[in-house]
Design a protein around this ligand. Sequence first.
Ligand SMILES: [Zn+2]
Length: 205
Amino acid sequence: MLHPATQLTWISDAVGYGVRATARIPMGTILWALDPLDRVFSPAAVQRLGEGLWPVLETYTYINGSGGRVLCWDHGRFMNHSCEPVSLSPGVEFELAVRDIEVGDDVTCDYSSLNLEEDLDCRCGSPACRGKISSAEFVNLVPVWDRQLRDAVVHATKVEQPLLPWIDGEALAGWSARPSELPSALGHQFLPDAARISRDMRRVC
Ligand SMILES: [Zn+2]
């Protein structure tokens, strides 16, 4: 579920629809949280749906750290990418505002964290635009994302949190007090089992 102070908006012919803020949303606010109406399709469930629906899934879902395709029931599925996103996700199923968002600002995330199966050309218009959006950048961007998320989560207990019913409030309070304990965005990286095992072994070594 997306924050209630957001709405589906036609951005431009080039971009199509996107999400914009209808009120000021301060840094540290939960912008999106997985709720029980969202659907998560396992790879086997995607196969069972049949290829006629695959283009829909490719357009409107993202791949989580377990390889499941997450379909948001609301306008969350229209959130666009920016190379300087206002919203990032730690290694849990919610997104945090990593800066203050003003009325009319685009509410964006970073598709490089969504386990894209193919690279995309980027025309986000940010001065920091990387030109391409690629899952290959995931690991390199994690330290940047984690720094922004930890700076933001400090404010989480001092701002209004309308999405609190859909997350673990006790855990959020703990991370706000001890931001170094916030799970890393790396938790969202989906790796096939073999790659995951070798990464874990590297960590042990
Ligand atoms: Zn860009």
